[in-house]
Unconditional design. Structure first.
Length: 259
């Protein structure tokens, strides 16, 4: 999906969405899906640490990208002075993403320092990853993610009235609600049945696959459909032109889009 979108990054729909936003979501989704391999095979201390770190970081990048996307749209279309050019630079996107993952990195560093996840054998003789305070640190990480999911949801509500080709508020809201629902259902279930190693392994794999795969599909498939179905009868100039907005007669005079 990402390759198709990048091959068509000159199209107006993709430019309106923002190729940097799509690239960050694609990279973090693919990397997040790859983290399932940390859960295969016999557990050891390095794999246990990676199981805690990698899904946390890559899910944070996706959540940060969604928040940055909504901030970008709000900044551009929330501009009341239509005679003033508004520029949203790439640096703003990266700073917002860092704002999401840095607190989580701090929690992960403290977790690894004071109570590193390690391999141990339980009373039943099962080998697995254990940490005495895992629940506490997981709650902290999920709380940080929840705050940014809430902020992103609020921005999605604010920007829903802006041109949909730019705000994509419905798609982003679907991604946010989907991620929240999956985590809210599967995470408590995972901690409730940690005594069953196989079943808990199935649940955490499903959580990773559903979150990363479905989130990117929600964001990318409608764009691919629009490129090849909705726009199939349009001329090249119409396909490459930014979608119309209702703000001004010439949007290029009032806003500058970060692509």
């Amino acid at each position: 999906c990402w390759a198709i979108l990048m091959l068509n990054r000159h199209r107006g729909r993709i430019r309106a969405s923002g190729s940097i936003f799509l690239t960050m979501c694609a990279f973090s989704s693919l990397a997040g899906l790859a983290t399932v391999f940390c859960f295969y095979g016999k557990d050891n201390t390095p794999s246990c640490v990676l199981q805690a770190w990698l899904p946390t970081i890559f899910s944070g990048i996706i959540i940060g990208a969604l928040a940055a996307k909504q901030y970008r749209v709000w900044k551009l279309f929330g501009n009341k002075d239509l005679t003033k050019k508004v520029i949203v630079r790439e640096r703003s996107l990266y700073l917002i993403v860092l704002g999401v993952i840095v607190p989580e990195l701090i929690v992960l560093i403290i977790w690894t320092s004071v109570d590193m996840v390690h391999v141990d054998v339980n009373e039943d003789g099962d080998i697995g990853c254990y940490s005495d305070h895992r629940l506490v640190f997981v709650i902290l990480i999920v709380s940080f993610k929840g705050v940014f999911l809430l902020v992103s949801s609020l921005f999605a509500m604010i920007t829903h009235k802006y041109p949909s080709a730019f705000s994509e508020s419905k798609l982003i809201a679907m991604s946010l609600y989907h991620g929240t629902f999956v985590a809210a259902v599967l995470l408590p279930l995972y901690f409730a049945i940690t005594s069953d190693r196989f079943l808990s392994w199935i649940i955490i794999i499903c959580l990773i696959l559903l979150f990363f795969f479905n989130t990117f599909c929600i964001l990318s498939i409608p764009k691919i459909y629009s490129l090849y179905v909705v726009d199939r009868h349009k001329s090249e100039n119409e396909k490459n032109r930014l979608p119309k907005t209702r703000k001004t007669r010439d949007d290029s005079d009032s806003t500058t889009f970060m692509t």
